[in-house]
Ligand binder design. Sequence first.
Ligand SMILES: CC(C)(COP(=O)(O)OP(=O)(O)OC[C@H]1O[C@@H](n2cnc3c(N)ncnc32)[C@H](O)[C@@H]1OP(=O)(O)O)[C@@H](O)C(=O)NCCC(=O)NCCS
Length: 156
Amino acid sequence: MMPRADAPAAAGAVWYGPMAPADAPGAAAIEAGVADGWSLAGIEGALAAPAARCWCARAGGQVAAFAAFTCAADEASLDALSVAPAWRRRGLARGLLTAALAALAAEGAAACYLEVRRSNTPARALYAALGFAPVGLRPRFYENPAEDAVLMKKEL
Ligand SMILES: CC(C)(COP(=O)(O)OP(=O)(O)OC[C@H]1O[C@@H](n2cnc3c(N)ncnc32)[C@H](O)[C@@H]1OP(=O)(O)O)[C@@H](O)C(=O)NCCC(=O)NCCS
């Protein structure tokens, strides 16, 4: 059963589920600290977009991780992912993506794609651990600094 979007995080536990509008500022605060991070307006826009699926992890009464996907036909794409620095290497990204990808598969997505900076070793290790495989390269996809993107895909 899907957890309720407005259920509070239990003490000491991590809650994973679809984001509520009230989670947007917390997600934006995490995104403000990462490369290519989304603004609050961008997150609020995604929350209002029919094709977007925004998920978060709540821990210690706060938003601790954020992920945004887009769904089109039977394909999903992971458009943003970040975990608050204090919560990294504690399994939150793994838990959040596992829960969200299961929900996307249940609504009909057959595959999920993502782009990641070539130099982003932590994220590439995470995605490989979750079963994403490299399927292409997008030269100079990113700016500030300019860098190639590795395109990765996971069958759901
Ligand atoms: C990448 C990121 C989302 C990982 O989040 P996280 O919650 O720390 O990841 P998890 O604890 O769930 O790690 C799961 C697995 O991913 C890999 N991994 C995660 N961080 C890693 C790191 N710093 N170095 C090497 N492997 C790493 C490991 O295989 C890890 O499993 P293990 O801890 O059992 O070894 C986080 O570092 C982050 O927010 N980075 C900045 C934003 C970013 O780069 N987003 C991705 C954009 S494409």
